[in-house]
Design a protein around this ligand. Structure first.
Ligand code: RM4
Ligand code: MN
Ligand code: MN
Length: 430
């Protein structure tokens, strides 16, 4: 690879910024010490934070109206991994990659696995796709997949998921995520109860084939592509299904899959309490499943979600082991830049949530002091923890300023030369 980002380059760039960072870090450390918080402990937590990158996220996304490809887009799964490698080198929190099958079906899984492992990367969750038709497939998913009225379509969809599990084992993955687009566009189109029964029967087959040590994640979404009724429409339905399926099935929360104003942090708290939180697909949105960059629209909501997660972590809730992944569609930005900044937004919310004075909060809750309870959260949320994030990246070998280093390296321009547009394939969520 001609356009690799070297450790030397990152170190040289950090050298230009280190003095000021140390100054800011020291100042913040003193400020936090006054509040009884140890900056070094927070930095350690920031270094340990992990979030997976979706293979489809490094390609330019699009809407149902158009897609505007950017220069140097990855043309195959190996090039996608090169981009994941660049992200990982700069931010150091993203060694996991989530693959979407068949978008990134590897012909030789062993080769792909060693390609990733040579870069310190690994395969996280597998993701099936029965929401669109592939050119060579026998039956169409136009009217559904795992919940289709026709047993032959359901069988095909189940088989596809089984193939994902087989591939995942070869790649070293440990979980499988199922999101289906099944639903109806018109009242009366589908029998609501029967559709869910058929879905569950199909999912039981997938669950039974789950490899040793794996977890099965299911993702709910209120609408789109179905515009009237969706089979797995909300967390309640998802929770019912994972309970029916068994102890290795969990409900995954994609932040974009709820109606506007839904209290997502409460959903998170409930799933934690019931021992069924799979983890997250992080993104942000203003209207629907916009798949905008994490923290770009509702950073306070993101913080409140992490507040629940950190509360569960600190109270050592049994079975609490959430898997984090970014699931975004980068339509107008360079996906590498968006993913780096989004990963940082998650670490920010995580560190801020660790800054919450939980003793004080509990006391305000006990005495019903609503105003001071909110102030306790706000004090953490309004603390600028950027020096902690930058120091964590630096200490882990990443960049103090990931986007600055990335732009200065000319990575995208060199990728554009190495990956000529003519041979480019479609990539990203359309
Ligand atoms: C869906 C859902 C899935 C993702 C697809 C591309 O809305 O979020 O997780 O795989 O989009
Ligand atoms: Mn998702
Ligand atoms: Mn989505």
């Amino acid at each position: 690879m001609a356009f690799e980002l070297s450790d030397d380059r990152i170190a040289a760039e950090n050298g230009k910024r280190l003095k000021w960072l140390e100054e800011d870090y020291e100042h913040l450390g003193r400020q936090l010490a006054r509040r009884g918080a140890d900056i070094e402990k927070l930095t350690e937590r920031a270094i340990a934070f992990r979030v997976a990158i979706p293979s489809w996220g490094v390609g330019t996304g699009g809407t149902r109206f158009a897609r505007f490809p950017g220069p140097g887009e990855p043309r195959n799964v190996f090039e996608k991994i090169e981009d994941c490698d660049a992200i990982f080198k700069l931010v150091r929190t993203t060694p996991g990659i989530s693959l979407h099958i068949p978008w990134d079906r590897p012909e030789r899984p062993a080769e792909l696995r060693s390609f990733a492992e040579a870069r310190g990367l690994f395969f996280d969750s597998m993701n099936s796709n029965t929401f669109e038709d592939q050119p060579d497939q026998a039956h169409s998913y136009k009217f559904g997949s795992l919940s289709h009225t026709d047993a032959a379509v359901r069988r095909q969809a189940v088989e596809h998921n089984l193939e994902c599990l087989e591939l995942g084992v070869k790649l070293g993955a440990r979980s499988h995520t199922v999101w289906i687009g099944d639903g109806g566009n018109f009242p009366g189109q589908m029998h609501l109860r029967k559709a869910l029964e058929r879905y569950l029967a199909s999912m039981h087959e997938i669950y039974r084939a789950l490899p040793e040590g794996w977890r099965l994640f299911i993702e709910h979404k209120l609408y789109e592509p179905a515009f009237y009724s969706t089979v797995i429409n909300d967390w309640g339905t998802s929770y019912y299904c994972v309970r029916e399926l068994g102890e290795r099935a969990f409900s995954l929360v994609d932040l974009g899959h709820h109606a506007p104003n839904v209290n997502i942090e409460m959903i998170v708290a409930r799933l934690i309490q019931f021992g069924k939180l799979a983890g997250f697909h992080f993104n942000d949105s203003k209207y629907g499943d916009d798949d905008l960059d994490s923290g770009s629209i509702k950073p306070f909501q993101l913080f409140l979600i992490f507040n629940e997660l950190v509360d569960a972590e600190l109270s050592r809730m049994p079975g609490f082991d959430p898997a984090y992944m970014l699931d975004q569609s980068h339509n107008v930005t360079d996906p590498v830049e968006s993913l780096m900044l989004s990963a940082a937004e998650l670490v920010r919310a995580y560190v801020q949530a660790h800054l919450v004075d939980r003793k004080q909060l509990a006391a305000h809750q006990e005495s019903n002091d609503a105003l001071m309870a909110l102030q306790t959260l706000k004090q953490a949320f309004t603390t600028d923890v950027e020096p902690i994030l930058a120091m964590a990246r630096h200490r882990a070998g990443g960049a103090i300023d990931p986007v600055g280093v990335y732009r200065a390296s000319g990575y995208r321009q060199r990728a554009a030369q190495a990956r000529p547009a003519a041979a480019r394939l479609g990539a990203g969520i359309v």
